[in-house]
Design a protein around this ligand. Structure first.
Ligand code: HEM
Length: 387
């Protein structure tokens, strides 16, 4: 079978729903996974929830870790920052300027590491959406330090634990002092039309705004950084697809990008805990209080939903069951990614300019790292050159 994925993953089974030895339910069927994500009797159980659970109860949790009516109300109130119209009218021009700025270095120097360019792009776009626009120089270094390639476990009982504890506190502190506080202060005096101003109007404290900004950094910047790299890698290695991408109008280019994200989802492990019995298609009932893991890469390749040759790149393929073009790569239900339209457009704005550079080619083979907890990947060492 043709396998166009750049991130090679092994299927964990064939059954749409099963229960692993550790008691965690695993869902790999599309219809079943979507039913879990759309269910209201569940709460977030993945993407770093353990860190958030340690924070005092009186601190309001960031959007990703809230559930129920208050979460839905927050999503309803902030939806205006993410509508297609807003993306088109407010962010499109900005994305073009940001892409030009980051590609200027490549134009001048002749080569660059793609993950540096894509991180710069993803940071600047997400910062504009959030309202983090008064940062001191060095935001990228601060974020790199906050999301290192390798994590150690913080704690008081070993030298390494103490090192990671100190490092975590220092990272939070530096992002607060250099990025969040300088953005919050002027907006407390005079609100603007952005997310931070909305959070201030809601009565959020600086600590709560910091938590929300860091959630956006993880959910919006880190994911988009990796997706831009994987999509470029795909296109560099498939001449026919690249030709099609270069010649296509925007809607077809976006369809190509959605299909590439379906194949290589940047977040492939989502988790929920059931708060009541949950009935899934196929007569499966998951009891209350169970942890359910959604295997997004497998659900995205479920032939019942995406048709034959599920691992080949076939943009515009006909999808069953009302699936979106990236299937579950942006999640579904109440927590569905609000930034999906932003992520796809900024990737396109960046890649159309990258692939328009005369002589552009991939100079080195990238190395792939894995973030097992979220089923994510990290693409490093993909150097692009115009020489
Ligand atoms: C290719 C890039 C991206 C991918 C693959 C992605 C994927 C996802 C997924 C799978 C979720 C759902 C998590 C869950 O159900 O537990 C999510 C949530 C979220 N994403 Fe994205 N995302 C991307 C880009 C962005 C961007 C650009 C932004 C903002 C500028 C953003 C902001 C968020 C936020 C705030 C949430 C939490 C929503 C909630 O819990 O209600 N994401 N994303």
């Amino acid at each position: 079978m043709d396998d166009a994925r750049k991130i090679k993953r092994t299927a964990t089974g064939t059954c749409p729903v099963s229960r692993a030895e550790d008691g965690i339910w695993q869902v790999r069927g599309y219809a079943e996974a979507r039913a879990v994500l759309r269910a209201h009797d569940t709460v977030q159980a993945g993407l770093g929830i353990e860190t958030v659970e340690k924070t005092p109860a009186k601190i309001r949790r960031p959007v990703l870790y809230r559930d129920g009516p208050e979460h839905r109300e927050h999503r309803r109130q902030t939806a205006r920052y993410f509508t297609p119209r807003r993306v088109d009218e407010h962010y499109r021009g900005l994305m073009a300027d940001i892409a030009e700025r980051h590609l200027a270095g490549l134009r001048a120097g002749g080569s660059a590491e793609l993950s540096d360019l894509s991180f710069g792009m993803a940071i600047d776009v997400a910062c504009a959406v959030i309202g983090l626009t008064e940062s001191k120089p060095g935001i990228r270094r601060r974020l790199e330090r906050f999301f290192p390639e390798k994590f150690g476990r913080p704690g008081f009982t070993s030298l390494s634990g103490l090192y990671w504890m100190g490092r975590q506190i220092q990272s939070w502190g530096s992002i607060y002092l250099s990025d969040v506080r300088p953005a919050v202060r002027p907006r407390r005096r005079e609100p603007r039309d952005d997310l931070i101003s909305h959070l201030i109007a809601e009565g959020c404290t600086d600590a709560e705004i910091l938590g929300e900004c860091l959630t956006f950094a993880a959910a919006g910047m880190v994911t988009t950084r990796e997706f831009i790299c994987v999509a470029a890698w795909q296109l560099f290695s498939d001449e026919t697809l690249l030709k099609r991408y270069r010649e296509a109008e925007e809607p077809e280019r976006l369809a190509i990008l959605h299909e590439l994200l379906r194949l290589d989802p940047a977040v492939a492990r989502l988790r929920r805990r059931t708060t009541a019995e949950l009935e899934l298609p196929g007569d499966v009932t998951i009891p209350a209080g169970e942890v359910v893991e959604l295997l997004v890469d497998e659900a995205n390749a479920d032939e019942r939903a995406v048709g034959a040759e599920p691992l080949s790149a076939c943009p515009g393929r006909s999808l069953d069951g009302g699936a979106g073009p990236a299937v579950l790569a942006f999640g579904d239900g109440p927590h569905r990614c609000p930034g999906a339209g932003i992520a796809i457009l900024e990737t396109d704005v960046f890649l159309t300019r990258l692939f328009a550079l005369p002589g552009i080619r991939r100079a080195t083979a990238p190395r792939v790292g894995f973030k097992d907890a979220i089923g994510g990947y990290e693409i490093r060492g993909l150097t692009v050159t115009t020489g």
